[in-house]
Design a binder for this molecule. Structure first.
Ligand code: HEC
Ligand code: HEC
Length: 376
């Protein structure tokens, strides 16, 4: 080959290569690319709003306008709540730490996560969770149930997973895509997100309404207190008579049996407000005077949720009442209604208070089939 021809050949080759580069597009085939996730638009989406029918004496519940309760939304939330698919090794669900028979707690002093690591706080009851309007958790650090439900999945001492992984598993699941379609009208399983998952969980939580305890029945004139229960009621609410004032109702007021506020109820003596082991509200507000304050939780179903307090330090209701009656510890921010010098309750008064607290147990709530594990 002559030098000239050789060069022309090279030139042609290079031009050809460049031409190829320019047109480096995927080869057009006649079939469209297979969609990554199934199309769901053929499944009927016809949401039915749930009317919570809240019985007396509970007030109406504020439901966020962007997450109304629907039949399929609540049901999807129940599945997610009980499904270990949310945890890293698929062995733990929300329900492991929030069991109906424990009044939606785990009956442990402090909860243990999926890796067996113990947390520092006691699980909280989710009963009437829709009424917790001034901050969730013992320290109030989170405002909405939707925000809250995002956290346990990625918490290393709870479910220890990644949301991206959960989303992926839900999208590829053989049942959840249909459930998300029915609950939220998505058109494609790829539209399943953590935001929708936590909306469903929050809907389920708002459906956990407890208002059928003996106390409620007495208020509705459907039942009567026994004598000890009535005395306990009068002690609890400081009814003016010759019984002492136990002061409980100021912080655990009816009908929710909480005022959703934060107090130091005298659990620890500290010389300096910096010294609380768990700073509670103070760690959220960075206000020294809030150190050692925790939310006064509802006392509904309290007989089911032992042990008691944010760190589960008391095993029984008798121990709790002994604390208020004679065991309160002084700190600069102790609430004035907590009496380090005692409440002056006799043994009989203490028994009466316990009897009253037992009237707050709502067995029809904890046994409600709509709240149980759907996988059993
Ligand atoms: C390892 C045990 C554990 C798991 C799993 C768990 N929780 Fe909890 N939950 C707790 C503990 C402990 C607290 C209190 C934490 C605190 O105050 O810091 C709590 C608090 C809450 C609260 C606040 C209630 C209130 O009245 O303020 C809600 C709501 C809740 N959990 C829902 C869930 C949901 C939903 C899931 C699943 C996505 C879940 N939890 C998984 C242990 C657990
Ligand atoms: C000044 C407000 C206040 C008064 C008065 C008060 N409490 Fe409390 N209560 C609290 C706070 C705050 C907590 C949570 C404290 C913590 O865990 O750190 C609490 C916790 C409890 C708990 C444990 C709840 C749980 O889920 O673990 C019980 C039971 C209880 N109180 C019963 C009573 C009784 C009975 C009385 C009356 C003798 C009473 N309280 C008076 C504020 C109060």
């Amino acid at each position: 080959m002559s030098f000239f021809l050789k060069n022309t050949f090279l030139f042609l080759l290079i031009t050809l290569l460049f031409a190829c580069k320019k047109d480096d597009k995927p080869v057009v085939t006649t079939n469209p690319p297979t969609p990554e996730f199934p199309d769901l638009s053929d499944i009927v989406y016809d949401p039915i709003l749930v009317d919570l029918t809240i019985p007396d004496p509970l007030p109406p519940m504020d439901i966020p306008t962007d997450n109304p309760l629907t039949k399929d939304g609540v049901e999807l939330g129940r599945f997610l709540f009980y499904d270990p698919i949310l945890s890293g090794n698929e062995t733990m669900a929300c329900a492991n730490c929030h069991l109906p028979k424990g009044g939606f707690t785990d009956n442990l002093a402090v909860s243990k996560g999926v890796d067996g690591t113990a947390g520092i706080r006691s699980s909280m009851s989710l009963m009437n969770a829709g009424y917790v309007t001034q901050g969730l958790f013992w320290d109030g650090r989170i405002q909405t149930l939707e925000e809250q439900a995002l956290l346990p999945v990625e918490d290393p001492i709870e479910l220890h997973n990644e949301w991206e992984e959960v989303e992926e598993k839900l999208r590829r699941h053989n049942d959840y895509p249909t459930r998300f379609r029915k609950a939220f009208g998505i058109n494609n399983a790829g539209e399943i997100t953590k935001e929708l998952a936590v909306k469903a969980i929050a809907q389920f939580e708002r459906s956990l309404v407890s208002a059928n305890s003996k106390y409620d029945q007495v208020i509705r004139k459907e039942a009567f207190f026994e004598e000890d229960e009535l005395n306990g009621f009068e002690l609890f609410f400081d009814v003016p008579n010759d019984l002492p004032d136990a002061e409980c109702g100021h912080c655990h007021n009816a009908p929710l049996f909480t005022v959703n506020q934060y107090f130091n109820n005298g659990l620890d003596s500290v010389g300096n407000l910096e010294d609380f082991v768990d700073k509670g509200l103070g760690a959220v507000t960075n206000n020294l005077f809030d150190n050692g304050k925790f939310r006064a939780p509802s006392l509904r179903n309290i007989a089911l949720t032992a042990p008691y307090m944010h760190d589960g330090r008391f095993q029984t209701l008798e121990e709790v009442i002994d604390h208020y009656n004679e065991g309160a510890h002084f700190a600069d921010n102790i609430d004035p209604l907590i009496r380090p010098r005692g409440l002056g309750l006799s043994e009989q008064h203490k028994k009466d208070l316990v009897a009253f607290l037992h009237t707050l147990t709502d067995t029809s709530f904890v046994n409600n089939p709509a709240f149980q594990n759907p996988f059993e």
